[in-house]
Design a protein around this ligand. Sequence first.
Ligand code: NAP
Ligand code: MG
Length: 482
Amino acid sequence: MSIPTFKNYIAGEWVGASDGNTIENINPATGEVIGYFASATVEDTRRAIAAAKEALPKWAAMPGPSRGAILDKASQLIAARTEELAETLTREEGKTLAEARAEVIRARDIFKYYAGEGFRAGGDVIPASTSETLLFTKREPLGVVAIITPWNFPIAIPAWKIAPALAYGNTVVFKPASLVPHTAVKLVEILLEAGLPPGVINLVIGSGSAVGNALAESKEIAGLSFTGSYAVGLKIYEKTARNLVRTQLEMGGKNPTIVLNDADLALAVEIAVRGGFGLTGQACTATSRVIVEEGIADAFASALAEAARNLKVGSGLESGVQMGPAVSAEQLHTDLDYIQIGKQEGARLLAGGAPIESPAGFFIQPTVFDDVQPEMRIAQEEIFGPVIGIIRARDFDDAIAKANAIGFGLSASIVTNDLRKAMRFADRIEAGVVKVNEPTTGVALQAPFGGFKGSSANTFKEQGRAAMEFYTRTKTVYVKYG
Ligand code: NAP
Ligand code: MG
């Protein structure tokens, strides 16, 4: 059977790379090649930026409700294609079909939400200091925005950046992660079918070093929104700062769940399993540290280890499978390397720790370490795989101190029935997302999202109305009519 090829969308046309190069997209559950995707050059990227610039004035001038109508149509098209999109996503990223479906539904709702923003975005009227003066602010689009996304949420993250960018009148150059270009192609097709004019969105699949870097270095963009690793985020920031390009970076995490002595044991285990092994542990908000108060620690550790052993791992397309493969051979190696490091550091392996033999897929066992110390590398560095480290704590204060003894601060949760401790946790934890009796994963699309410390550039939040702050600029207008 011949393997299909896919193009980029630049300046209103589907085009191959100008040097003819392609990226091979692989199914991590089978090793099969899904397709060859045009790999844009620096020159192609510049053309995409120029096209977005040319399309900007007309798109920015369109009434918000008219832009919103296109996003609403896109939401409906995603809804109609939910199953197909979920399957495409699972095939190229590996998560289970149920997880992929939930992600597609989320993208559908994100477009619906920002379709409504077309009716709402606006400014403020401010009391003037002189009489007969109208003083007000208006929100304008920022301009051309570059959007660089990771592979772990192939449709939700592009959606939560692209939808507000378009709703508030910006034009877009979209660079998806090289591991998941197929979902990106389909998303752009849907936006075009919904009626987006040529040039308003441009798709540039290609390497981080060519396409991503060309976007970061561009003087022609007004904003850059990036989600990905800390190392890459930092490199981008150094470049965008030179051109005063407004920059949003959402990066890694090392998210803790604290389990207090009074917690419901079954609930605590369920929360750790969902947060740590859901999405194969490949979420920025995944639980990788469980900090457990001494009185419940033994019971919790053995129950979590048993739950880990009982999880069904396999191809995300098979029914009954609870955890899919690692996204790539490289990610699988990283996971296994960290498991070796954990053993060498003296952590105690309670469950998992090995790859799962398979003819071609990148499968790994859900893994639990006990007796992890806060300063160990497996407690400090993002692994991005299904590996949970249990850190034991003397009491509540010790648990909070250990949770905060880290350079990241994306998400954190606590399992307890003690309202006072839950609220003190919310006061004292250094994280942008705080959950009580819920996993560290899973956030509402209508609420602000973003991390503290090394998890973020700490500039602008994403999602909900908070996205307006990033994707618009404010003009202050004084009108003296007296
Ligand atoms: P990554 O390696 O940092 O890549 C992210 C994106 O940046 C990809 O599109 C990548 O392109 C591109 N890129 C790579 N090098 C670049 C460069 N020099 N200049 C500009 N762009 C460049 O991250 P990933 O492996 O895809 O995703 C996993 C990471 O994302 C984890 O650290 C995770 O915590 C983080 N994440 C954070 C959030 C959040 O909201 N905080 C959400 C999800 C994931 P290529 O694919 O072509 O390399
Ligand atoms: Mg793939």
